[in-house]
Every structure is written in structure tokens, then in C-alpha cells.
Design a protein around this ligand. Sequence first.
Ligand SMILES: *Cc1c(COP(=O)(O)O)cnc(C)c1O
Length: 380
Amino acid sequence: MTQLHTINDQQRLKLAPLKIPNRLLMGPGPSNVHPAVLQAMNTPLVGHLDPAFLALMDEIQSLLRYVWQTENSLTIAVSGTGTAAMEATLANVTEPGDVVLVGVAGYFGNRLVDMAGRYGADVRTITKPWGQVFSLSELRTAFATHRPTILALVHAETSTGARQPLEGVSDLCREYDCLLLLDTVTSLGGVPLFLDEWGVDLAYSCSQKGLGCAPGASPFTMGPRAIEKLQKRRTKVANWYLDMSLLNKYWGHERTYHHTAPINLYYGLREALRLVAEEGLEHCWQRHQDNVEYLWEGLEDLGLTMHVEKEFRLPTLTTVRIPEVVDGKFVSQRLLNDFNIEIGGGLGELSGQVWRIGLMGFNSRKESVDKLLEALPLSV
Ligand SMILES: *Cc1c(COP(=O)(O)O)cnc(C)c1O
């Protein structure tokens, strides 16, 4: 008989029931979720083609249109994290040789560059030091040089805490018959966003930041100009799982099997979106703004300075300069070990220079700010 691999008694003893520390998540995401969201995820399963589940999918779609302020019918949740939804935007509209212009002023701009290249794009970049944003005239100059088919920008650069303004960008895109693709991962739910008014053709986000859900069900939307590009493709979308012409048969009228939706995550996303709607989108945005201003004041009172100019700072993520004399990593480790508070460190150009403090979704609360402001001086 075949020998069964076993685990020994010692290993068995170590396999105690799951025990995870209760942290206050004030880093770049995930953020803590509302208890109602956790409870929703705990709901018994139904099949992914069950009428009750299909009705829930419809609700997710209309709530996503609300939080994004769009009427795009192709607005869905991608089964995967924000990066999967990011990949879905590029995969569907990029064909080999397309000129894709990416604004790179942080870590996620670089990820877009890498991805677009993998779909055969002729990738061009426009860059800025991390923490700054692109002006309309800089974009205009880049358009004249590169004449892109797709412009990809990060609305809320989580690696730097900067918010990219979009006034005038869609007019520029239309002048050049170019699609506007926007990363709204750290802005959706926390930062004013008007996709249709701003003429955004494709956008993606995630569930675990401003929306306050667990990671794994990621908002995706595509407007009429982007759909036209998808329909006119000469080549198949190179990614089967994220091909919207297939996925839309599950989310749209046909309701045919594509993949098994992560049922419980969709429960959670629906509840998180419901909570935003209950609060009211404008109130939700205002709460994020009020709490971040309270955070900035408190940090300034401790003698700290912010990395980004006030006008362009995000309400969801703040980068704080680490003082010369302080060991930034030591501080974040103490915050975690002694106070159960997670904050983030710097990435790339800002590595070792900043802490990243997130106030996202359910965590954008005065109590969270107070806890951090109390613990921070004790952790140096
Ligand atoms: C977090 C993040 C992503 C990636 O999302 P994941 O859920 O981690 O895959 C993409 N873009 C930005 C701006 C982000 O902050």
C-alpha cells in the first residue's frame, strides 16, 4: 500500500486554532473593515449562478457606478486584487504596437509600465520626482511628442501620497483620440471622483482601501470609447481570465459561467458599498478630508513635516518625512509590536525617507488618529 505522509504529534500540537493579533491597520492598505462587512463575509454560500447571487451582483454594479459617479454599463468587480483589475484595463484595450503613455511619479506608475509592455505596447513615460504631480502643460508637451493611443495615470499614488489633478486631461485625450485610463485604487470611496465628468474611459480600484472591505474583489469600469476599442481589436485579448468580452457574459444579460466568483468577498464588497451609500458619498469624502487634516495638525504638533505639498495631498494616504535622527524602521516595528498599530514605510525613491499613514474607509476616524498620535512619540 502507498505510504501516507503524516504529520507528527509535535506538529499537530502546533496546529492550534487560528489566532491573529488585532491590529489597527494604518498603512497603505489593507485597512480594517467595518464589523458589518466581516459579518457579511460570514454568510453561508450560495451558488455563483443562484438568483440571489445574481441579484447581489446587480447591486454591486449599481453601487460601483454610484461611488465612481459613472453610468458605464460595463462596471463590475474583478475576482482578484487591485492589480488584477489594473491588468484588466490594459489587457482589454492594448494591442501590440499601441503607444501607451504612462505618468510615472511613484511605484504604481512603474507597475503600469511593466504591464503595458507585457501586452506588447510601445510604452512611453513622462516622469516626475516622487511626491509631485503632472501639470496639464507637461502632459500636453508629452502628447505632442508621443501621440499616445492610451494615457495611463495614477489618480492617488499610494507610494507618495500625491493626488493627480485631472482638470483638462480628458479634453487633451479627446483632441488626440486617446483613451484615458485611471488608477483609482487609493481614491475610490475616500477622494472625490467623477469619472464621467472627467471623461475617464477606463478605471480600476480595489476593495481593501477606501471601500473598507477585505482584498479580492476589485472594481473595474470601461466606458463607450474603450468598449469600441475592445470591439475593434485585431487580436484576441491576451488574458483569458480578464477578457471583458467573455466576463461581461457573466455580469451582463447572458449570465453564463465564466469562473466561480469568490462569493463571500462579493458579500463583503456589497456590504462595504452599502455602508458608503448609507453614509452618503459626499459625507464619506468629507469624513476622509476632516480626519486627515486632524492627522496633519497632530503630526505638525509633534514637529513632523509632510512630504507632499498641501494642495496635492491625499486624504487617504499621508507621507510623513522621517526626521534625520530617527530610525524609521525601528519606530514602525515598535508601533506594531507595542501598540498593534501598522504604518507603512517608504518605497523606491522614498525608501527610508517617509512613513506612510493610511486613513481609509472604516479607519478614517478620529479615534484611529488619536491612537497613532499617542503611540508615535512613545515609539521613537
Ligand atoms: C494597492 C494599489 C494597487 C494594487 O492593488 P492590490 O490590491 O495590492 O493588488 C495598485 N495601484 C495603487 C495606486 C495601489 O495603491
